[in-house]
Design a protein around this ligand. Structure first.
Ligand code: ZN
Ligand code: MN
Length: 488
């Protein structure tokens, strides 16, 4: 065992639900949580003779997302029928894209823990429709809800370039940020807007020989946590299995597994890879898509700076930590808000602190974004300036920001009302300091003679001044005065 090393190999398939008003091939409204089978029509019910009509918005969203993933966009792409039989699929085929996907190859940059990024290749991105949902909650029979049938999905397939559970998670999180930035998906995990299927195996080196474990595909994961943990579980399981049985990858021994959230384990579903014959063939009811160069140019103009680029720029341009930059670029509205405040002349680090320590916490609690809290970038910029010029202390800044959310008042008004303006009048502070020095001769002596407790005595005198001013003295000015008077 001691000479054994291994490398984790993961490729990921992701289905992203697109943010459109209606379904992919009919006019039914997309919905969540509606009464079962209340958002259906002859097309998505698969009734004979019903004809699909393509949703142009879904195609546009997909192309935009594919462009953001640096994919080549096909000049000619078509729709194929993928035939299989399942109760949630009333047509007995899914409309998908087989040999001519609308996008690919491309790549995505994912952030690593050390602040660097890694490039993961994208094999393809194609558009398809979702199936309905089988429900197994009604005792001795199952039920089918077709509200979801026909929902537009963008399927993205990566090359097996991911080498740890953390990288797999990072890709999923980054993809969520990207589709949200672009506005092509709400990417709400609670509503199943993103579903993941990692393909995992190991390359093991032992005694100068190389072995590959059989690939396991974990189906239908709908949280980042389940995704990361299932990959970590597969690594342990495959290593154990190899040590016990010596089994390696062969034709047809790929398995499909499910994730048991309660026991935190993957569970075998199908052992042998079935030679699926989906009888793919072009859908005769739909015309191919041949995007014009004008249309593509118009879509490309909607591309924006991607979150990972923005994150890197916040570190280099504004001197923020990678962590802070990651939080601020977590969603576009926060990043835009932050940058707007900085453009108004506020110090980036100060705005960052106000937003991460107070603003985003409140936004999270109330389930809103920063503008949704009634905050404006003008107001936050003004507040940041008040802290930086010493008008108020940093902690008063946090108090005032919370009060701005509660009352909608301006920061200078709140600073007055809450009595948080620091005393910065050097003349007045000097009088108070003189009084403190007179009352504490021992501490003064300690400092002027450079005694062991000089530092401590200095802190004590500062504290006395703060006390006499009910904590409102500007500590920077008091400190300067103290240095001037005692030469410390
Ligand atoms: Zn419909
Ligand atoms: Mn699919």
């Amino acid at each position: 065992m001691s000479d054994l090393t291994y490398k984790i190999i993961v490729g990921l398939e992701i289905h992203v639900q697109l943010n459109t008003r209606t379904k992919m091939f009919c006019g039914c409204a997309l919905s969540f949580g509606e009464e079962a089978n209340s958002r259906v029509c002859p097309v998505c019910l698969g009734l004979p003779g019903a004809l699909p009509v393509m949703n142009g918005q879904a195609v546009e969203h997909s192309i935009l997302a594919a462009m953001a993933l640096n994919c080549e966009i096909a000049e000619f792409t078509k729709w194929d029928r993928k035939s299989y039989y399942y109760p949630d699929l009333p047509k007995n085929y899914q409309i998908s894209q087989y040999d001519l996907p609308l996008g690919g190859p491309g790549y995505i940059e994912i952030p690593l823990e050390d602040g660097k990024t890694k490039r993961i290749r994208i094999r393809r991105a194609h558009l398809e429709e979702d199936a309905g949902k089988n429900l197994h909650t009604a005792g001795h029979h199952s039920q089918v809800d077709l509200n979801r049938a026909g929902t537009p999905l963008l399927e993205i397939v990566t090359e097996p370039d991911l080498n740890s559970p953390e990288q797999v998670r990072a890709l999923a999180v980054e993809l969520q940020r990207i589709v949200r930035y672009l506005g092509v998906s709400e990417a709400d995990m609670q509503k199943g807007h993103m579903r993941f299927e990692p393909n995992v195996n190991l390359i093991i080196e032992r005694g100068g020989q190389q072995f590959k474990t059989p690939i396991a595909e974990v189906k239908n994961l709908n949280s980042f946590r389940a995704l990361e943990r299932s990959v970590a579980y597969e690594v342990r399981r495959q290593l154990d299995d190899f040590l016990e049985t010596g089994r390696t990858m062969q034709m047809g021994n790929k398995s499909t597994r499910g994730w048991d959230d309660v026991n935190e384990a993957t569970v075998l579903q199908r052992e042998k890879e079935e030679a699926h014959d989906y009888r793919y063939f072009p859908d005769p009811d739909l015309v191919p898509v041949t995007p014009s160069s004008q249309w593509l140019a118009q879509i490309r103009s909607r591309l924006c700076e991607l979150p990972v680029q923005r994150q890197t720029r916040y570190v280099s341009e504004y001197g923020l930590s990678d962590y802070d930059a990651g939080v601020l670029t977590g969603d576009r509205s926060t990043a835009d808000f932050f940058e707007q405040a900085v453009k108004l002349g506020a110090a980036p680090k100060r705005v960052c602190n106000l937003l991460t320590q107070v603003g985003l916490k409140l936004a999270n609690e109330k389930g809103r974004d920063l503008p949704g809290l009634g905050l404006t970038s003008d107001g936050v910029a003004e507040l940041a300036r008040m802290v930086d010029t010493g008008t108020i202390s940093a902690s008063a800044g946090n108090t005032i920001l919370a009060a701005m959310v509660e009352t909608g008042k301006k920061p200078d008004v709140l600073a007055q009302e809450l009595n948080l303006i620091q005393k910065s009048d050097a003349g007045e502070l000097e009088r108070i300091l003189d009084q403190v020095l007179a009352e504490n001769a021992a501490a003064v002596a300690e400092i002027t003679t450079g005694g062991k407790k000089a530092q401590k005595s200095r802190g004590f005198l500062m504290g006395q001044v703060m006390q006499k001013t009910q904590g409102q003295a500007n500590p920077k000015i008091v400190s300067e005065l103290l240095s001037k008077k005692l030469g410390s």
